[in-house]
Design a protein around this ligand. Structure first.
Ligand code: HPA
Length: 312
């Protein structure tokens, strides 16, 4: 950084600071324009929004849920006005509209993460767009490390609740001026995950005969991109978290703020190492491998859940 004309470095730093603080947020009107762009192009308005994370085809096409939609219409993120663009290597990055079991849905294939450098309100922006195009229910999926000692790789954890670790550090997608057209300044979060949908998820697990690998638990999200240290994992476990990941919480907060019903689940792609003697290292490849391995069962699970939502 060079000095300014008065040679005053302090002044320079203050100016830089102002620029980052002024980072423009999406207004209600700018998001309406994004919604309008999509509404003018889609043939059916979706009722359910599905976020397909690392466990559900964010990195591949073949056999993934979004690929199974009928009457598909695809919008790569870079073609949608105001949409961020995914920067994770290999992440697909598309909004896909279509029918799942005759129910109109929209899938986000690939999401935005804090570790990519986006602020949380930007990561969660697509949820508000979904709301503005008429989506009433959000199904958010993620890949997560299992902290609960009952969990095995490939298990599904229905999210009962979350611990917003980034919120503890003063980082929240709802920070800044509030627009009441989305929701209240101080939204409650004690019923973040719809209990009817949780019950239905558990019932479905029974019906599909997968109840032994389906749990109900508490998810927590850290900013990433590094996986956690042993001490961090021990702390998270002590705090009551059953699984840890790098997404979802800010999307759920944003969805609840605008009164969407939320169901979320984690695919347990690795067991967290909380023992200094264990030399297993979590890695991104195993996250994707487990996702691919479990995609048929996840697809069926989501399909049945969507059928339930449409019949309610
Ligand atoms: N930690 C954080 N995020 C993750 C993990 C993990 O162990 N596994 C998959 N996503």
């Amino acid at each position: 950084m060079s000095q300014n004309s008065t040679g005053n470095l302090t002044e320079y730093y203050v100016k830089d600071d102002n620029i980052s603080n002024k980072q423009e947020k999406y207004t209600y009107e700018s998001l309406l324009l994004t919604a309008q762009y999509l509404l003018e192009r889609i043939s059916v308005k979706p009722q359910v929004g599905i976020i397909c994370g690392s466990g559900m085809g964010a990195y591949w096409h073949e056999g993934c849920l979004a690929d199974a939609l009928d009457n598909r219409q695809e919008f790569p993120y870079e073609t949608i006005p105001h949409f961020p663009v995914s920067t994770v290597d290999g992440h697909v990055g598309k909004l896909i509209f279509g029918n799942l079991s005759d129910v109109p849905v929209v899938c986000m294939q690939g999401r935005f993460h804090y570790y990519e450098g986006y602020p949380l309100w930007k990561c969660a922006m697509p949820v508000r767009v979904m709301k503005l195009i008429g989506v009433t229910h959000l199904i958010a999926s993620n890949a997560a490390g299992g902290l609960n000692s009952d969990y095995k790789v490939g298990d599904i954890m229905i999210v009962r609740d979350h611990i917003n670790m980034m919120g503890f550090a003063g980082n929240n997608p709802l920070q800044g001026p509030n627009d009441e057209r989305f929701g209240p300044r101080f939204p409650p979060m004690n019923k973040a995950y719809n209990s009817h949908l949780i019950d239905q998820g558990k019932e479905l697990a029974q019906k599909l005969g997968i109840q032994d690998c389906v749990h109900e638990g508490v998810y927590t999200c850290l900013g990433g991109p590094n996986f956690e240290t042993v001490a961090e994992l021990r702390m998270l476990k002590m705090l009551g978290a059953d699984a840890v990941g790098m997404s979802t919480v800010h999307e759920v907060i944003t969805a609840r703020h605008c009164d969407m019903d939320v169901f979320a689940f984690s695919l347990i792609t690795n067991i967290c190492v909380i023992d200094y003697e264990c030399h297993n290292k979590p890695n991104h490849e195993e996250v994707m491998d487990v996702g691919k391995m479990r995609q048929d069962v996840l697809k069926l699970f989501v399909k049945k859940l969507v059928e339930y939502i449409s019949q309610k």
